[in-house]
Structures are given as C-alpha cells and as structure tokens.
Design a protein around this ligand. Structure first.
Ligand code: HEM
Length: 402
C-alpha cells in the first residue's frame, strides 16, 4: 500500500511507541510536506521516536525545523539571508579551493578512507559560516557524532577534539562539561538541554558574544530569539549541514565506483557534474525519512489518519517512485528532469541545499580530476541508523605515478 501502518517496535533502550503511518509515493510525500496545517512539524517534532520527556519535547520544539508557520517563518527569516545564492557565491570559490587542497594533500599517499577525507569540507564550510575559529573545528565534528550517531555504538561516544589544541573559547566550553553552566548574562543555561551537549550551547553563547559582523551568529544575536530558540538554532546549523554531507559525499563516490561506466563518463565530461550531483542525491538520500504529526483527521492514499497520529515520509522511497522516475533503480548521471525530494519540499525545504550541492560538486570533481585510477581498496562500512543514510568507512586507492 502507498500509505501503510507500521507498528513501532522497541529499539535498544527505547520502549515501543504507538506506531506510525509510512508514506512512500512521491506525490503523497510532497502533499504531506506542503500542507503544514494538516501535517505539523511542531506537535510531535520531526523524529520518528518521541523525545524521552515532556521537557525534552518542549526544548526540541523550539527548533526552527520543528516549528509550523507563522513561528517558523519568523525564525527562518532571521537566518535565511545568510544562505542565498548571492550570499554564498564568494564562499563557493573558497569551497572549491578547499576541496582541491584536501584531495591534493593526500594525492601522494595513494590510499585513504574517503569518509574521513570528505568530512573536513562540510566542517570547514560550517565553521566559516558560523565564525568558529580554525582550532575548534573538531568540536563541530564531535557534536554531530553525538547527535546523529546515537544508534551506532562506535559512532556515538567518540570524541576527537584535543582540548590542548582548542582556542580559549573552545577550552572554556569544554572545561564546563558537564557541570552546570551559566550564560554570559549570569542566567542558568537551559536545564533541559541534553546533558551531552551543554558544551555546545556554552560554546554557542560565547561565540555570539563577539560575532563576526554580518555572520549568521550576528543575525541570531540581533534576531530576538529566546534562549531555547537560540540554542536549538545553533544545534540545527551545526549538525544539519555536517553529518548529511559527511554521508552524502562518500555516498556519491561509492555509487560512482559501483558504476564504473558512469564514473568514467563523469571523469571525461565535467559538464555532467551538476546532473550527476542530483542523481547522487536521488539515489543516496542522506536523510532517509522525516516525521510529521496529523493536526486534524484527514485522508491520504486511501487511509484515514487521525489527529495526533505520527506520519513518516520516506524520501528514499519517493525518489524511486516509478510514476516519476523511469527505471528508478538505475543510477544515471544524465537523468533530467530529476525532481527528487532529498532536500525535503515546501516551507522547510533545506536552507543549505545550495551550499550542499556546491560541496558535493567540488569534492567529487576534485577527486575525479586529481586521483587517477581510483578504486575501492576494501569493503565500505555502513552507519547503523534509520534516519541517516551513512557510510562510516570507504577505503579507496589510486595511482601516484603521474
Ligand atoms: C532542512 C536535507 C545540507 C541546513 C532540511 C530538510 C532536509 C534536509 C530533508 C527538511 C526537513 C523537514 O522537512 O523537516 C539535507 C541534505 C543535505 C543538507 C540531504 C546535504 C546533502 C544542509 C546544509 C545546511 C543545512 C549544508 C547548512 C547549514 C538546513 C536547515 C534546515 C534544513 C537550517 C531547516 C529548514 C527549515 O526548517 O525551514 N535539510 N540538508 N542542510 N537543512 Fe538541510
């Protein structure tokens, strides 16, 4: 059935929930994402599994991602100006140069874990946007791991930041962990913040104290956000553009290596890069699914959905709907049109889509252009997650004789 009921089973420490409606077709997925009055992001937030407590739910509901209009529109306007194509044009050149430098930095080695190699680019980009100093970039990586990798044991707890090398801002934030924290104005930091992330919020507040003029942090500081809105906005920006690309860029290379004919075509014809990026996103959606909650009784795909029930849309399925994509399982870098929903649809359409495309394009192009004879050097390892389509390890090798 295009819309069907899924019982929610117990996973790890979490008890079974009441189940949810799973939405698979392209048209239905768009319908759910478009109609925020019927399918709310705010009522139960956007993860399949509910937060553990009412307090945690209240906290995550302050996040822009988990708001409905008009509150959503207000929050989105505060940060959106920093993400327009015009605003990011200058950054694009820097992203391309960074991608080339990353690849050239390992070119003489002849082998690398491509997941580790590619992880730097989104972190570098976000650090630039948020105004995080060079020395503290590793913190962005750790926070993202803790938030997104929680279903995967060897991902969730890892910390790669060495306190000795952080900036004074970074050291101060970590020094507070996990004690109680106060804001610069002396009020206590949000007691509902997930404890593991108190250092992230402390860092965000410290950063906002002296933001780079015109930066996202400056906008957030001037935008009249409440404490919860500020912290969750930083959380959203620091994580949304990080893990998605850490999975999306290696996912793209993995698909190309699995399809040598397409790899070779793309290597020879750079003009195919834009359509290749869209096909990578369609075939390997980094965000597999997203949840809404019915705000009223409604009907979808012939099913009656009642107010309060969970509704989960599957980007991964919509992207392979044969009504929209001929021969949907075929990976085809020349596919046009390519109306995938990997960045969502409607009012919450990914704010970083343009930046994300730029980074995938830059990294794949640098890799194909500068690493001759590239091939897999072992089995890739997938991330255990029902939310992120992720790779933890993608060993590759290439020739160094040029
Ligand atoms: C929203 C995917 C990269 C920032 C979204 C949504 C999706 C998505 C599916 C919609 C969520 C919903 O409907 O509730 C992706 C993918 C990326 C990516 C697949 C990489 C390939 C980025 C980057 C940034 C970013 C680089 C920049 C910081 C955001 C923000 C939102 C969002 C702020 C919330 C928008 C809102 O609520 O109005 N993203 N994203 N994303 N994304 Fe991305």
């Amino acid at each position: 059935a295009p819309v069907c009921r899924v019982p929610e089973t117990a996973v790890g420490p979490w008890p079974a929930g009441p189940g949810y409606w799973a939405v698979f077709r392209h048209a239905d997925v768009k319908q759910v994402l478009r109609d925020t009055g019927t399918f709310s992001s705010h009522l139960g937030a956007t993860q399949i599994r509910d937060p553990d407590t009412e307090g945690d739910l209240a906290f995550v509901r302050a996040m822009m991602l988990n708001q409905d209009p008009p509150a959503h529109v207000r929050l989105r306007r505060i940060v959106a100006a920093a993400f327009t194509p015009r605003a990011t044009r200058e950054l694009e050149t820097a992203i391309e140069a960074r991608a080339r430098a990353l690849v050239e930095g390992v070119a003489g080695r002849g082998e690398a874990d491509y997941v580790e190699l590619a992880a730097d680019l989104p972190i570098w980009t976000l650090a630039h946007i948020l105004g995080v100093p060079e020395e503290d970039r590793r913190l962005l990586y750790d926070w993202s791991n803790r938030v997104i990798g929680y279903q995967d044991a060897d991902h969730a707890g890892s910390s790669t930041a060495d306190p000795g090398t952080l900036s004074p801002l970074g050291r101060a934030a970590l020094a507070h962990r996990p004690a109680t924290l106060v804001r610069p104005d002396g009020t206590p930091l949000n007691p509902r913040s997930p404890e593991a992330l108190t250092d992230m919020y402390a860092y965000a507040h410290a950063l906002a104290d002296a933001p780079r003029p015109g930066s996202v942090m400056a906008r957030m500081r001037e935008g009249g956000l409440t404490g919860d809105e500020f912290e969750t906005m930083f959380f959203l920006l620091a994580v949304a553009g990080n893990e998605t690309l850490r999975n999306g860029i290696p996912g793209g290379l993995h698909l190309l290596l699995e399809n040598p004919g397409q790899y070779e075509a793309l290597r020879r014809r750079p003009e195919l890069t834009d359509s290749a990026v869209e096909e990578v996103l369609r075939h390997w959606p980094p965000v597999l699914d997203i949840r809404r909650t019915a705000a009223r009784d409604t009907e979808l795909g012939g099913q009656r959905i009642r107010r309060g029930e969970k509704v989960v849309v599957y980007h991964a399925s919509a992207n392979r709907d044969e009504r929209v994509f001929p021969d949907p399982d075929r990976f085809d870098i020349t596919r046009t049109p390519n109306d995938h929903v990997s960045f969502g649809f409607g009012p919450h359409f990914c704010l970083g889509a343009h930046l994300a495309r730029t980074q995938i394009r830059a990294m794949l192009r640098a890799t194909l252009d500068r690493l001759p004879g590239l091939e897999r050097a072992g089995e890739p390892v997938r991330l255990t997650s029902n939310f992120q389509n992720g790779l933890k390890y993608l060993p590759v090798r290439w020739r160094t004789d040029r």
